[in-house]
Design a binder for this molecule. Structure first.
Ligand code: ATP
Ligand code: MG
Length: 419
């Protein structure tokens, strides 16, 4: 029997064994087989079986089984973690460009593997039966190729989401898309209008954030020209490449998903907001990315008060993202100067230094608060707010020390002036 290339989870083995013991065929299939064969830890293990959903439930009686997608033949066995178990399936006609009108269960693994999108995603493995690879998936995995199972034109026509899935796997794995599949991708770009914005947004986000994004975008320019015109420029792609390199001024690990999305969208400037909103990213991600886009060109003044004002405006993480965005954009410029890079490192050094000192950046850091001013006889209200802001300015600019006595004295003076 063939060895599985990674530790095979005991739970998945147990499920396969129980199904086989009841007289059915069962395998792990799809993404987990692909990732394991590449030596990568799969994030979930999906099973495929000849058993109908009722037969699965009977074979696994005593385990916790949820009806997660009965219509499509899927139940989920919940052990330490969940396992989706789907009956071998043949997809019926596709008339909406996204989902089959009907699905039919089958007793043949071959039927199920044929409906899957790419050869590298169409392999099954079981401890009893070994690897089943009917479409040359293993060979394509070794050669680094994304290739449709069957006729690429027809497969893209059936389900337009596959256009984005092809590019996503290219971007994540660093593979090439086989020429006919690539042509089919380009030919079916406009059919993405049939796919929901959420799905498109989710795929796009993953494409842009993956390691080989620049090449994936460059080689599928038609797709990005359709989805996000203006974002596929060579400078943007060079900035994404810089995000992947180990030390572009700052560590590569700082180039998280938000940084990469900000690099991708930066040329859209203020119109990036509506574009990103239309892709239905989470509100948190939208806010982060839009803020980085709007600030990517902001000047970094190297005085301490200026740095403190940045620290008051942005969280430390977001500030770190901003300097990384700037560093990547700088690396993408042919005329980049050492002095520009030096500004970024100097700025970040100042941020670190000010943070270590625990220096005042926001009102809450002041040694006096509203209640102290009230106790000192200053009336609460808008005027008091203005006094606190003025104190904050003076402390940030290091004209007044952050000490209660000094601050209260200044508050009284300012209060007197304001009357
Ligand atoms: P990921 O690591 O992103 O989860 P995956 O390959 O597991 O990658 P899933 O979306 O979880 O992708 O789908 C599991 C499997 O189902 C795929 O490997 C593929 O065999 C099949 N599949 C998923 N979506 C499609 C589709 N749109 N058309 C055809 N087959 C698909
Ligand atoms: Mg998966």
């Amino acid at each position: 029997m063939e060895q599985f290339p990674l530790p095979f989870p005991d739970e998945a083995a147990l499920l396969v064994k129980r199904l086989e013991a009841a007289g059915h065929e069962a395998y792990v299939v799809g993404g987990c087989v692909r990732d394991a064969l590449l030596g990568m830890q799969p994030h979930d293990w999906d099973l495929t079986t000849s058993a109908s959903p009722d037969e699965v439930k009977a074979a696994l009686s005593g385990l916790r089984i949820l009806d997660t997608g009965l219509r499509h033949g899927t139940v989920t066995a919940v052990l330490e973690r969940p396992y989706e178990i789907t009956t071998f399936r043949v997809d019926g006609k596709y008339s909406d460009g996204r989902r089959p009108d009907t699905v039919r269960f089958s007793r043949r693994l071959e039927d199920d593997l044929s409906r899957r999108d790419f050869t590298v995603n169409a392999m099954a493995w079981s401890p009893m039966r070994g690897l089943v690879d009917l479409f040359g998936g293993m060979e394509d995995l070794h050669a680094g190729i994304i290739r449709c199972v069957g006729d690429p034109e027809q497969r893209m026509q059936e389900d337009a989401l596959r256009v984005m899935r092809a590019v996503r796997f290219q971007s994540r794995l660093g593979f090439s898309i086989e020429p006919e599949t690539r042509r089919a991708v380009a030919d079916h770009v406009s059919r993405l209008s049939l796919v929901s914005p959420e799905r498109i947004g989710s795929e796009l986000r993953q494409i842009v954030a993956a390691s080989f994004a620049a090449r994936a975008i460059r080689e599928n320019a038609a797709l990005f020209h359709f989805l996000t015109p203006g974002c596929e420029s060579e400078r943007t792609l060079r900035a994404l490449e810089a995000a992947e390199q180990t030390e572009i001024v700052f560590p590569a690990s700082w180039a998280d998903q938000s940084v990469r999305l900000a690099l991708f969208f930066h040329r859209l400037g203020s119109s990036s907001q509506s574009k990103i909103q239309a892709l239905r990213f989470s509100n948190e991600l939208i806010d982060r990315v839009c803020q980085l886009v709007s600030l990517h060109d902001a000047a970094l003044d190297l005085t301490r008060p200026a740095v403190k004002r940045w620290m008051a405006k942005l969280s430390l993480e977001q500030l770190r993202r901003l300097v990384k965005v700037k560093a990547c954009l700088l690396a993408a410029q042919t005329e980049a100067k050492d002095s520009d890079r030096a500004v970024l490192t100097r700025f970040w050094d100042l941020v670190q230094q000010i943070r270590q000192e625990g220096a005042v950046c926001v009102r809450g850091d002041l040694a006096v608060h509203g209640k102290d001013l009230i106790a000192a006889g200053i009336a609460p209200g808008r005027h008091m707010g203005a006094i606190l802001d003025a104190l904050l300015d003076e402390v940030i600019e290091e004209r007044t020390p952050n000490e209660p006595d000094a601050l209260l004295r200044r508050a009284q003076e300012l209060n007197g002036k304001g009357d």
